[in-house]
Design a protein around this ligand. Sequence first.
Ligand code: NA7
Length: 540
Amino acid sequence: ATPSVTTDFDVIVVGAGFGGLYMLHRLRGLGLKTVVLEAGDGVGGTWYWNRYPGARCDVESKFYSYSFDEELQQEWEWSERYASQPEILRYLEHVADRFDLLRDIRLGTRVTAAHLQEDEGVWSVGTDTGEELTSRYCVMATGSLSVGKDLEFEGLEDFEGACYRTSRWPHEGVDFTGKRVAIIGTGSSGVQSIPAIAQQAAQVTVLQRTAGFTLPAHNRPLTADDHNSVKADYPALRQASRTSALGIPASEPPTLSALEASPEDRTARYQERWDEGAIARLSSAFTDLTTDMEANATAVAFIHSKIREIVKDPATAEKLLPRDYPFGAKRTCFDTGYYAAFNRDNVELVDVRATPITRVTAKGVATTETEYPVDALVFATGFDAMTGALLSMDIRGRAGLPLRDKWAAGPRTYLGLGIQGFPNLFLIAGPGSPSVLSNVVASIEQHVEWISECLDALRGRGATAIEATEEAENTWVDHVNAVSAGSLFMRADSWYLGANVPGKPRVFMPYAGGVGTYRKACDKVAANGYEGFDITAARD
Ligand code: NA7
């Protein structure tokens, strides 16, 4: 690398969500000249785009927030146990404002390409606004669930009504009053938006292909007492989150097997945890729910009994029972009034596994059985998760190798942070890191801090280039695969595996070893002089 080469910036950060905002703040602290390029017309990333009715986080607000600034966490007051999308967006706007971040963020600027100029060791980043910017380092803070899966429905262009995607919801909102609405998809986005839309629309037709697991959030307003106790406890809560498996403080580990408990005790314990409203609490009710499928079936049976209890029409209840995979094998959804919504006269459930959607028509949606005439279609059909945003850009590394080629058989990274052949390119919450299996804000903070410490260390050494070695990357990928092999996660066709996108390689993308374990691995790499990375000193 040539140290004398001048670049527009020391670092270009792509994305102004939780990751990009904090990255900018830290890099500024190091005195590095940084710009953030953001496609949206505002900050917030995921929470900027996903404005559908009912959108809410499934991690408690006291954990799903930045820990890096004591004053910030002391002054901010969350209004609900589980924050809604508008409140999280307000929080991120507040953070951008509080730390004066906007002056280094270019909004409405979508990155289309990032090419390594190998001779000079410089990244050249192209945007849809026609700019070409250069930097020494590039940080991709592009999110794990930011590119919607292609809509695979024939006849979409024929539809005469209005079409919406939950992940690209109109900012002005949508008034469904008096309208007939079909909602396709019953993952988190569907499960949250269906009850909210049903309160307004004349008629809602839910097109369900796979019945999934969803637990009641038991959301509630937070009281002054809640605020006081959280604020007093923050140091301990944050520390417990950092060393935990999920990025939230771990509760007492279970000691009893589900199969050893009497049926009455088992039900009582499940009921208690169902009433608590925290996904991790139900899945850790017993020691063996994730490892023994017979034990897991007891949790499934309990959840089935709850659905039958809530949903009045037995035929509808039967269709809603998750049967295709064990509890916890896919990301469990979290809802407010989902099952109860099916007791409303204006909500109808269609099983499109039994009678598949054949096409969208001028008037609505057709299945093999019949046509559902509607005024609006809502697609809650999911994302090209974890790799979608990275591969939607034309990223090229050494010898012009496209990242798309490097990852043709699935993503390969070292620690989810770096990629061999792509020096000076960092990922935040990338594949190979715990990201989507954790409270992602905790994971993001850890990545941002690791990257900033790394850049500081490089500067200290007079180095200008860092690149994962092939050997370290191979070892890490093997480790990521070994940790998930044989796990519960392999028992469902989930987006963790890329299985929701036709043609996507089936590879388990996140690191399932837990946040605390992962942090230790990253810290060890740093402590050992960034072992597994090649570092090139400027004077070389
Ligand atoms: P998900 O969880 O991927 O859910 C997508 C839903 O859309 C799911 O029910 C799919 O059914 C359904 N889907 C997708 N394509 C089709 C087609 N072609 N026909 C019928 N139904 C379809 O995405 P979400 O946005 O809800 O949630 C993503 C994450 O965001 C979530 O896990 C949280 O972490 C936050 P399928 O199951 O494939 O049969």
